[in-house]
Design a protein around this ligand. Structure first.
Ligand code: LLP
Length: 431
């Protein structure tokens, strides 16, 4: 069933990590985010062991916590012995609150304020991923003031088009992120960084896009980054110790989309890097990657209760659920396709095709269109699969809908990890 952590039990109910989703819905209410933490750990281990096996010592994955950020996830990530990527002081705060070893963090963001920078330096963030010259100079000033030398990676744009969809292409020259290599801006910022006392340049970072299944775009990006490192070595005598290749691989959201072979892809990237470094007579750098979606995506399932089922003859049938774009904005934003099923009828054939609508006062509030599933009736539990990444973390309070809770499942046992928000929570800061 799409991913190995989903199943159907003897009652014909959908299970996640062995837990009956219909029971979870009854126990915790809906909408409900379910997160299989055994699956999260398994994904961490695939990246960690492959990166340790094929890349030089010190190479490691940094979980991109923009995909899912709450206190408990940082504890899981820390216990797997991998790093985390944070993009805001809020993510930093949450990681710190979880006791995450902050030396194993990469701090991103294309517009860190002075306050963000000071907070990061004081907290002991491992690597600032410096996006611009303004940030570099501000960071240097703050580090000098605090008597620290901050390790940094420079975010560069290698100009790769990974053939993914527009909204998540972030490594091209025309991008709000980083210094383009092609325009000479990357070289300028390297020169600048090497002249400063408050920062220590450790290497370069790039991120070419998200939901990429094949190794080739990563291989291309790695070659451009290593070529750049080679050029900087020749010009300024500085050779990068670390190359951070950014996000991880894609995740299968529906049957026709094949899940990538993460270990195989990493081996292929390593082969290309090793070959290229040999050809250039340059040392093989330590490699960082920042997988988000592929760590938590398949671990997550969202459960809803079906309200109305409306057939419009000659057009389509709508199933309305008790959540929607506030807990999953990805169809409204990117037309992202999901797989859904009726969790209490998971063993029945998928005979229907529905547009699944949320409860917001907005026509675009859809979870998906043309979704094939079992016949839905009021009171059924509708499960949307592969919602672990960029759902909770992108949730909003649109229409004053409180955010659903997160229930984690491990070894078939469920635990409340994040409480359901109350109406009082919604008005907490309002004077
Ligand atoms: N590192 C950097 C610098 C990134 O910008 C991203 C994602 C990642 C790592 C993690 O990439 P992943 O392994 O998850 O592909 N909200 C969009 C996704 C935006 C991704 C932005 N950056 C979505 O819901 O599809």
């Amino acid at each position: 069933m799409l991913h190995d952590n989903y199943g159907i039990n003897e009652k014909g109910h959908l299970t996640v990590c062995g837990a009956d989703t219909v029971k979870l819905a009854a126990k915790y209410g809906t909408p409900l985010y379910v997160l299989d933490t055994d699956k999260v750990r398994a994904q961490c281990r695939i990246y960690k062991s492959a990166m340790e096996k094929y890349f030089p010592s010190g190479s490691m994955p940094f979980f991109a916590s923009k995909a899912l950020s709450y206190v408990g996830i940082y504890r899981i990530i820390a216990s797997e012995g991998i790093g985390t990527d944070i993009v805001s002081p809020g993510e930093l705060y949450t990681a710190a609150k979880a006791g995450f070893p902050l030396q194993n963090t990469c701090f991103h963001g294309n517009n860190k304020t002075d306050a963000d920078i000071e907070y990061g330096v004081k907290s002991g963030v491992g690597y600032f991923v410096v996006d611009s010259t303004e940030e570099l100079l501000a960071l240097n000033g703050i580090a000098v003031k605090l008597g620290k030398v901050q390790k940094i990676l420079l975010r560069l744009s290698p100009g790769i088009d990974p053939h993914t969809f527009e909204a998540v292409k972030t490594g091209r020259v025309d991008s709000k992120f980083g210094s383009p290599i092609a325009t000479g801006a990357a070289e300028q910022i390297v020169k600048e960084a090497l002249s400063l006392n408050g920062v220590r340049l450790c290497g370069y970072h790039c991120h070419i896009g998200s939901q990429i299944f094949e190794p080739e775009p990563f291989c291309d990006a790695a070659k451009i980054m290593i070529q750049f490192s080679f050029d900087m070595k020749n010009k300024y005598g500085y050779e990068a110790d670390i190359i951070n290749l950014g996000g991880g691989f894609g995740v299968s959201y529906y049957e026709e989309q094949k899940d990538p072979d993460i270990e195989g892809n990493i081996k292929e990237i390593a082969d290309v890097i090793n070959g290229f470094c040999k050809e250039k007579n340059i040392k093989v750098p330590v490699i960082f990657m920042e997988p988000g979606r592929s760590i938590v995506g398949a671990a997550g399932v969202t459960l809803y209760t079906v309200g109305s089922v409306k057939e419009i003859p000659g057009f389509r049938s709508y199933v309305s659920v008790d959540g929607g774009m506030p807990d999953n904005p990805r169809y409204a934003l990117y037309s992202s396709r999901y797989t859904a099923l009726i969790a209490n009828k998971a063993d029945k054939p998928c005979t229907e095709e529905y547009t699944v609508a949320g409860r917001c006062c907005e026509s675009g509030d859809l979870i998906g269109e043309g979704m094939r599933m079992q016949k839905a009736e009021r009171g059924d539990i509708l499960a949307v699969l592969v919602t672990g990444a960029y759902n909770y973390s992108m949730a909003s309070h649109y229409n004053r809908i409180p955010k659903p809770p997160i229930v984690t499942v491990s070894g078939g046992k469920d635990t409340l990890a994040v409480k359901r928000e109350s109406y009082e929570d919604l008005t907490r800061n309002e004077l």
